[in-house]
Design a protein around this ligand. Structure first.
Ligand SMILES: [Zn+2]
Ligand SMILES: [Zn+2]
Length: 300
């Protein structure tokens, strides 16, 4: 068991960001500030899902070196550390999911630890550099991972300036546009580590507890198809069927159209056949057949 009482310096900053949101009672909120909050959420959410997760962690599509840096910057603006740290911890999660080696197993450590306990803890401030050698050969990514405060500061300054010029309140822009959207980003991202290993349905027998959840898929721009994702992490598309809404994938399709990204990986056709959906089949086999009432009364 991990200690939930030791909090790292970045962990304290993480808590401070939550308290900063309370300043909304002083600044107030208006429609324009709420729109800025939504914009900052969506663009930086893509920075986590489309960049840190599907690109840097899983390399599920290709891009240019310049756009790769833009993706690293956008993900970094979500204040969840750098692309190398994020990818290293996430690759570790896939390798050891729901075992004692897992950094944030909801099954073994419970909701609190899998959601934010591991984020606050000093245990995971460092990462295993061997697991991200493919990324650390780019000095600009290593640099960005060292100066992780730069992208969030740029994002906060942007909200401050937009607030001032758009609706006449720089502080409202900063508090609502930056701090509140950052906290929403934190908890929607971390819900995949916690809730998506606890609640939802399973399509594939993956050897751990990952689940599919449409509600989390909507909140996280497609990351809620977590059981699909654990079964075939190389797919850039996590909603395997047309009805499995996956906003991140739609954005990537748009970026592919304009030539910014290419070679988007798809799940193999064989995984989309009913016989491949082993967790569903297993449920069908293991569900006890209901005994008809007549049979019960006869037995009595
Ligand atoms: Zn997982
Ligand atoms: Zn993943």
């Amino acid at each position: 068991m991990h200690s939930c009482f030791r909090i790292s310096l970045p962990g304290m900053l993480f808590i401070a960001v939550h308290f900063a949101c309370l300043a909304v009672f002083w600044t107030g909120i208006n429609v324009e500030a709420a729109a800025l909050c939504a914009f900052m959420f969506f663009i930086r959410k893509f920075g986590i899902t489309g960049a840190f997760h599907r690109y840097f962690s899983h390399r599920s599509y290709k891009t240019s070196r310049f756009f790769q840096f833009c993706l690293a910057f956008l993900g970094g603006a979500a204040a969840q550390k750098g692309a190398l740290w994020w990818a290293a911890q996430h690759r570790h999660h896939h390798k050891h999911s729901d075992t004692h080696e897992d950094i944030h197993s909801a099954k073994l450590e419970g909701f609190y630890w899998s959601h934010i306990g591991w984020v606050l803890s000093p245990e995971y401030e460092e990462y295993d550099e061997k697991t991200v050698k493919d990324l650390s050969r780019f000095p600009e990514l290593v640099w960005l991972d060292k100066y992780i405060f730069i992208p969030p500061v740029v994002a906060g300054t942007f909200c401050f300036v937009v607030g001032h010029f758009w609706f006449g309140s720089a502080m409202m822009g900063l508090v609502v546009g930056f701090f509140i959207s950052t906290v929403i980003l934190y908890h929607t991202t971390f819900s995949i580590n916690s809730l998506c290993h606890m609640f939802g349905s399973r399509r594939y027998e993956t050897g751990e507890e990952s689940k599919n959840s449409i509600w989390l898929a909507i909140l996280t721009m497609g990351e809620g198809w977590h059981n699909n994702h654990h079964h075939f992490p190389l797919s850039c598309r996590q909603g395997f069927f047309w009805w499995e809404i996956d906003i991140t994938y739609y954005i990537l399709l748009g970026l592919e159209k304009v030539g910014l990204v290419w070679d988007l990986q798809a799940p193999p056709q064989r995984l989309l056949q009913p016989e491949a959906m082993t967790a569903i089949n297993k449920t069908l086999v293991e569900t006890p057949v209901e005994v008809p009432e007549s049979a019960v009364s006869e037995a009595v």
